[in-house]
Write a protein that binds this ligand. Structure first.
Ligand SMILES: O=C(O)CCC(=O)C(=O)O
Ligand SMILES: [Fe+2]
Length: 348
């Protein structure tokens, strides 16, 4: 064993000792410190394992919560917008609960945007390479599912060759280095504290609703209008942070998102009003809603974000003359006391 190997072994054992004492957060923080010094696939994967175990092991008491907010955006038409420096829990409440969402300009800095895009590219390339017979050991930081993720290892090959391309979506937990980088981003903008203040209790991420995306242009295509509450249930409290890593949406040349500025808290019927699929909301429903609220395709610069929750109605917004792929990260956070078990929550 060389010096590096014995250091890694020592760090893993120290973290395991903390986890054995149910000090999962301490184990994660310790691994994060070590990982900043010397990024290691095993540290990154173990942090995710402990985050999943740590959520399952903790008790999350029932919390009382209300929809009140200071209505600071009462006079705003459509989705309100603020600068990152002005983001706090009251702005978030007034945006999401009062207007259906909040656009935050410049939440991720330019350097991190570029780095995150590279991490998404690496995850997609690694998945493709492994699916084509590449050695998974070569890609442990880029694409490797942590053992605690339920449902077992990624299955390759069931659909035959060319299953994966260099675009698409990947669970963040399947790319340990990307998951770590995103956690560092959340910490850098104070998201744990912000969401704690928003929900009145700590928040968690989830395996299934934490997604790295690279959407290719698909001019003229129509994606499905949906509310994430349709899939996740309504007895939950959520905040989605969708951060764009590409110039996209209205006036740009990459797919954006189409989104309703609608504070109504209601799940709309799916499979009706001309909906192409039984899980999507038909254009007819959107047209009716458009009589009382704005339907927008915001322009996002790289690093701009939008926050919304599981009642928001939205879809991928394909253009007619897009030329660029659109990178984004979708991170659904849950109030711990109501986090849906089937989405596999994890500490963040
Ligand atoms: O990135 C997209 O196009 C879709 C995002 C979405 O549906 C979501 O964040 O819930
Ligand atoms: Fe969605």
């Amino acid at each position: 064993m060389n010096g590096t190997d014995s250091r890694i072994e020592h760090v893993l054992q120290t973290a395991a000792q903390l986890a054995a004492e149910h000090e999962f957060r301490a184990a994660i923080e310790y691994l994060a410190r070590e990982n900043r010094q010397a990024g290691q696939a095993v540290f990154e994967r173990q942090m995710l394992n402990y985050a999943i175990e740590g959520f399952a092991a903790a008790s999350h008491g029932e919390i009382s919560w209300g929809l009140e907010h200071d209505n600071r955006f009462a006079d705003t038409q459509g989705l309100p917008e603020i600068e990152a420096a002005d983001l706090d829990a009251q702005a978030l409440r007034s945006g999401i609960l009062g207007k259906g969402g909040l656009i935050v300009r410049g939440l991720m800095d330019a350097e991190r945007v570029v780095a995150t895009r590279t991490l998404i590219d690496q995850a997609l390339k690694a998945r493709k390479a492994i699916s084509e017979g590449g050695d998974p050991d070569h890609y442990q930081r880029q694409f490797a599912r942590p053992e605690m993720v339920s449902g077992g290892p990624v299955q390759f090959g069931t659909l035959g060759g060319n299953q994966y391309t260099n675009s698409g979506s990947v669970w963040a937990v399947d790319s340990p280095q990307a998951a770590f980088a995103m956690q560092e981003f959340y910490r850098s903008v104070g998201l744990p504290e912000l969401l704690q203040a928003y929900f009145g209790e700590p928040a968690s991420l989830s395996v299934r609703k934490w997604v790295l995306r690279c959407v290719p242009p698909n001019n003229g295509a129509e994606s499905g209008w949906h509310q994430d509450g349709q899939f996740m249930g309504e007895d939950i409290r959520t905040v989605n942070l969708w951060v764009s890593l590409t110039d996209c949406g209205e006036g740009a040349e990459a797919p954006g998102i189409d989104i309703l500025a609608d504070s109504n808290r209601e799940i709309y019927p799916t499979g009706t009003h001309g909906a192409p699929f039984d899980w999507t909301v038909g254009q007819g429903v959107v047209d009716e809603l458009a009589e009382r609220c704005a339907v927008e395709r915001p322009h996002f610069r790289p690093g701009d974000a939008v926050f919304f929750d599981h009642y928001n109605l939205h879809r991928t917004g394909f253009g007619t003359a897009d030329v660029n792929h659109r990178y984004a990260v979708e991170s659904w956070f849950f109030a711990n006391s109501l986090a849906p078990a089937k989405q596999q929550p994890l500490l963040f």
